[in-house]
Ligand binder design. Structure first.
Ligand SMILES: *Cc1c(COP(=O)(O)O)cnc(C)c1O
Length: 375
């Protein structure tokens, strides 16, 4: 075997599945039926509420579904506008369009890659129905500024915390500060149920509305069987998925801690290079879902060359999200200069629970070679 073939492949993310997850999933498959068909779902929702420190949670089949459900519960509909950052995964914007509303794409900040509050305020119109704060790659939006703007204009702030498990804003977990929060348990995320998500809120009225919508329009307490009072959705998590989720939540602190260790190792090893990584401002914690490097504008950098080098080394590097305004279904936004400037100079580095130091060293060596021009 030559050296190349002997190198293990380094995936960009990979779930951490132990005997605990397998045991719970097996138990759910064997016994989680009939009168036990909701046991793991109820336990999962309860464990998640406890982890976040929030009153209400509805487990869903995805974060996309949780966002759709929550925005519908807020009454967002045709002709409305929802403001979000230009650099985002499509899953944050798509639910807005499902409701017939328009995603309004504004610029992001150069350090957090999240919503620029000044740009948000400038984009508010009489049609604005929500501000969607997406905590990109674990980095937190400036929630104090966004909540203040929302309050002053009477507009709810929604938190898409799909990438922000483990991120904490002044003592409160991401996802608990807005009108509602959404999380994803897709296989690439810090904790997983295979596919899955959750809607969380501290607002009793919004919870009741979302609960009815999540149950195909059947209200809690309705005594008639099969009686929907409105058109709702079917975005439920299965008991089988929830069983895996219960095990992941029992291990959540370790899962988050390991993400932080992986990030710290990269940061220490790359600190002298002309690049920036995910920030962690004072009195906050970053769950570091995805270690990301943004190469300084002052140095020549060919992202495609780095990705090709990664590929040759069996390393799975990923590009930063494209500005949504560059995609075919959205209008161009030349005014979003930060978004349009940083994405091409940025890459995500592999990060998962069982990533070894030797594997991280291979990623680091590759990156150093390309950035120093010796590759
Ligand atoms: C992964 C992700 C989603 C979508 O999650 P699904 O569970 O795949 O629907 C939404 N928003 C952000 C920011 C994400 O990273």
């Amino acid at each position: 075997m030559n050296d190349q073939a002997s190198k293990s492949r380094i995936y960009y993310t990979k779930p951490s599945i132990t005997d605990l997850e397998v045991g719970y999933a097996t138990d759910a498959a064997r016994h989680g039926w009939g009168e036990h068909c909701y046991d793991y779902i109820l336990r999962f929702e309860s464990l998640f509420r406890e982890h976040l420190g929030i009153k209400h949670a509805i487990a869903t089949s995805s974060a996309t579904g949780a966002l759709h459900l929550g925005m519908a519960a807020l009454g967002i509909g045709a002709g409305d506008e929802v403001i979000l950052g230009d650099i985002n995964w499509i899953a944050s914007a798509a639910p807005i369009t499902y409701l017939g509303a328009t995603p309004v794409l504004v610029d992001v900040l150069a350090d957090s890659w999240c919503l620029d509050p000044t740009a948000v305020e400038a984009a508010i119109t009489p049609r604005t129905k929500a501000i969607l704060a997406v905590h990109l790659y674990g980095n937190l939006c400036d929630l104090d500024a966004l909540l203040e703007i929302g309050k002053r204009h009477g507009i709810p702030v929604i938190e898409d915390a799909a990438e922000a498990i483990g991120s904490i804003w002044h003592g409160r977990r991401a996802g608990t500060l807005g009108a509602f929060g959404a999380f994803s348990f897709h296989g690439t995320k810090t904790m997983t149920t295979g596919e899955g998500g959750i809607f969380v809120t501290g607002d009793e009225t919004l919870y009741a509305r979302a609960l009815t919508l999540s149950n195909h329009g059947r209200a809690r307490g309705e005594t008639r069987q099969f009686w929907p009072e409105t058109i709702g959705f079917k975005y439920k998590m299965s008991n089988l998925q929830a069983a895996i989720g219960c095990a992941q939540l029992e291990r959540i602190e370790a899962l988050i801690e390991r993400k932080r260790q992986v990030f710290e190792y990269y940061r220490n090893a790359l600190g002298d290079l002309p690049l920036r990584m995910n920030p962690e401002p004072e009195d906050t914690a970053n769950g570091y879902w995805m270690p990301t490097v943004v190469v300084d504008r002052t140095v020549p950098f060919d992202r495609e060359k780095l990705l090709a080098e990664f590929k040759a080394e069996q390393i799975d590097g990923r590009v930063f999200f494209w500005p949504l305004s560059t995609l075919p279904m959205f209008a161009r936004c030349p005014q979003n200069v930060v978004s349009l400037d940083i994405y091409a100079r940025s890459v995500n580095l592999p990060s998962y629970h069982d990533l070894t130091r030797a594997e991280q060293d291979r990623v680091i060596a590759c990156l150093r070679r390309v950035l120093s021009g010796t590759s």
